[in-house]
Design a protein around this ligand. Structure first.
Ligand code: PGA
Length: 262
């Protein structure tokens, strides 16, 4: 986990189609990350590309993660990957509860079991939460709180402090064609709410320690404002992490900040 650095995570989802393409993008990102001082960079490729990228990552500054895991370490679970296997293949981070998995039926209960397994097996869990819509009455706050508490129900404050990152991803901002992300002020307000929920359930230390990232249509145009005006600890980036130039621009913008300010 970053100490005073921003955490910039790329989620490649089910892209690119071949290992060669994945390696080509990764090589460029590795080169840029070698010159970056203010961010820790994590790439979460498709599991099928993980080992190949782990070989390339060696000696560099890019960490690797998986986009999902199962909660058992081994056994008869067709199609699943365990946190232990992910770690063995080179991952140090694991995303859990991404909205695209939740859309396929994943429940808070399942996410909680996955997060517990991730922490148990020595990975850092990136827990995604986010409301599907914002209603005027503020009911989305209840949605967020129950998703957060439901997904964190199997971890203790100590583990939360050391091994969990929250990624706040409003579902309606993910994958937008116009790349219009949430306004920094709203991002900031929501992160205050998330910290309050954690504070009430796990105490002040955990609430203070847990990094909160923003995700949803992040680009070089909005990254700086979200991180610095929105006071976020980092970003979870989908499409723009597959474009090494765009990703590099985001990293450079964060690096050009002065003492953590814009
Ligand atoms: P996007 O995806 O940056 O392409 O909107 C973000 C995510 O789903 O994590």
């Amino acid at each position: 986990m970053p100490h005073g650095k921003k955490l910039i995570v790329g989620n490649w989802k089910m892209n690119p189609p071949t290992t060669e393409e994945a390696k080509a993008i990764f090589r460029k990102i590795k080169r840029i990350a070698g010159r970056i001082r203010k961010s820790e960079v994590v790439i979460c490729p498709s599991e099928i590309h993980l080992s190949a990228l782990a070989r390339l990552a060696s000696g560099g500054k890019v960490s690797l993660g998986v986009q999902d895991v199962f909660w058992e370490d081994e056994g008869f679970f067709t199609g699943q990957v365990s946190p232990m296997q992910a770690r063995d293949a080179g991952a140090t981070y694991a995303i859990v509860g991404h909205s695209e998995k939740r859309k396929l039926g994943e429940t808070n209960e399942q996410v909680a079991k996955k997060l517990k397994a991730v922490v148990r097996d020595g990975l850092v869990g990136i827990l995604c939460i986010g409301e599907a819509e914002r209603d005027r009455d503020g009911r989305f706050y209840d949605v967020l709180a129950s998703e957060l508490l439901g997904s964190l129900s199997e971890v203790k404050a100590e583990a939360l402090k050391k091994s969990v990152v929250i990624a706040y991803e409003p579902i309606w901002e993910i994958g937008r064609a116009d790349m219009r992300a949430m306004k920094p002020l709203s991002v900031h307000e929501t992160s205050i709410f998330i910290r309050k929920v954690i504070n009430d359930a796990f105490g002040a230390q955990a609430s203070h320690a847990v990094p909160i990232l923003y995700g949803g249509s992040v680009s070089a145009e909005n990254a700086r404002a979200i991180v610095f005006d929105g006071e976020m600890d980092g970003l979870l980036i989908g499409r723009q992490s597959l474009d090494a130039n765009a990703f590099s621009e985001i990293l450079k913008q964060i690096d050009s900040s002065k003492n953590g300010k814009k």
